[in-house]
Design a protein around this ligand. Structure first.
Ligand code: SF4
Ligand code: SF4
Length: 428
């Protein structure tokens, strides 16, 4: 199996080692050593928090170039609903989609079509749930967080493909019928608000391969759409899928709203999500049926690859969602089985202390001991996100005790006073 692909990368030359990012990483995946940050790949969930916080723009996300449109005979743009929130609410959604198509696509197929289908089947699952609460699988950063930090909650994850995957599958089937081309000649381009979705295309969760072929960020198509909005696109036949409920998925609370249930929680922002997952793990949320967890504040409109202020975009999505609120009839020749995940989601064992259990336990004891020597300030000046993380780094051989500024300072002070005492004795 090839190396796990991460969309989030560090541009080494831009990093000044300021340590701003290490404290914001929810999985303690960043270290700063020798004046440069480094991402511990196994721990990264591609949430994009470090992209947002870095003052030097040293963290970035790998996407496909727009020119890759040329790689396919028939090209379909698959925009996330959050794209609509990037434009003024008076801009007709159809115009936005037409302008997107005119970049070089043959067709636009919105992810919101997949969202309505996922909502339908989640409602079905909720009638006879295997676990409660069910946890939404729509945010891949959260699914990966659960794999890494909350493996006991894996069985709570809704085992249905994401709206993006469902939409990509339907778009390909439809265009094969329409064009007579083979499926490989059709390129599905997801227009993404966040790096986590990019990673989930390259390393699908719960499936063998993704239905998406390429990913382009919202921020890279935004200026092109903006430019094309001015063109007269009146004769364009681009369809707009006017489902208010599906558009609402772009903001926190949108998915839950579409389920028509009462006992739910909507949580956005990775730190808030961690607190709620802790509560579920400790069996404290007994009466809750469904939990929508989104890594970005405000939901997908807050993704690090969008351009508009997340609060502004969220409000626009709210208004659009209300404007097009109606029950959409979904006619599909399929059942829930066609959309279930094909593989079991498995826990991710990150940074194992040792393959040998006895050795691992010894190392754990050592970590506890070193941690007891550290000042418990979690200042991050050592380049590790917390004193406990530094203790672990020391035991694993990545750091040493002198990386702690306080210990180093005390050591220097002790040496200086020893020297002073010695020279005083000599003069006496
Ligand atoms: S925030 Fe992190 S990546 Fe950015 S400059 Fe500071 S240490 Fe480097
Ligand atoms: S993308 Fe998220 S998990 Fe990965 S290094 Fe950045 S902050 Fe940490």
């Amino acid at each position: 199996m090839g190396e796990y692909f991460h969309s989030v990368i560090l541009e080494d030359d831009k990093c000044i080692g300021c340590t701003n990012c290490i404290k914001r990483c929810p999985t303690e995946a960043i270290r700063v050593k020798n004046g440069k940050a480094r991402i511990i790949k196994e721990r990264c969930i591609d949430c994009g928090e470090c992209i947002r916080i870095c003052p030097q723009h040293a963290k970035n996300s790998i996407t496909d170039p727009i020119e890759s449109i040329k790689d396919f005979k028939y090209k379909i743009a698959l925009p996330a609903p959050s794209l609509l929130g990037q434009f003024d609410e008076n801009t007709d959604p159809k115009k936005i989609l037409s302008a997107l198509k005119s970049i070089g696509f043959d067709e636009v197929f919105e992810v919101s079509r997949g969202a309505d289908i996922v909502s339908n089947y989640t409602r079905e699952l909720l009638k006879n749930p295997s676990k409660l609460p069910l946890i939404s699988s729509s945010c891949p950063a959260i699914v990966r967080l659960i794999q890494i930090r909350f493996p006991s909650l894996i069985d709570h994850i809704v085992p249905i493909e994401s709206p993006m995957e469902v939409a990509a599958m339907l778009a390909r089937q439809k265009s094969v019928q329409k064009t007579g081309l083979s499926p490989e000649d059709i390129g599905i381009f997801f227009i993404s608000p966040c790096p986590a979705k990019i990673t989930s295309v390259k390393n699908p969760i719960g499936n063998f391969h993704s239905n998406v072929d390429r990913i382009i960020s919202i921020k890279s198509v935004y200026p092109l759409i903006k430019k094309n909005l001015k063109k007269d696109l009146q004769n364009d036949e681009t369809e707009f899928y006017d489902s208010g409920k599906a558009i609402g998925w772009a903001r926190s609370g949108g998915e839950t709203f579409s389920l028509n249930i009462q006992d739910y929680l909507c949580v956005d922002g990775i730190e808030n999500v961690i607190k709620i997952l802790d509560e579920i793990e400790n069996d404290k949320l007994k009466n809750i049926k469904f939990v929508e967890c989104l890594a970005c504040i405000n939901g997908c409109v807050g993704g690090s690859l969008t351009v508009e202020n997340a609060f502004v975009a969220r409000n626009r999505i709210r208004k659009l969602s209300q404007k097009y609120m109606k029950e959409k009839e979904i006619q599909l020749n399929k059942t829930i089985k066609d959309f279930l995940l094909k593989e079991k989601i498995l826990p991710k064992n990150v940074r194992k202390l040792d393959d040998n259990i006895i050795e691992a336990m010894k190392k754990m004891e050592k970590i506890d001991y070193i941690n007891s020597l550290l000042p418990d300030l979690d200042c991050g000046a050592c380049g590790s996100p917390s004193c406990r993380a530094l203790a672990e780094d020391i035991v694993l051989g990545y750091s040493n005790l002198d990386d702690c500024m306080i210990i180093f300072r005390d050591k220097v002070n002790a040496l200086l006073s020893k020297k002073k005492n010695a020279s005083k004795k000599n003069t006496d």
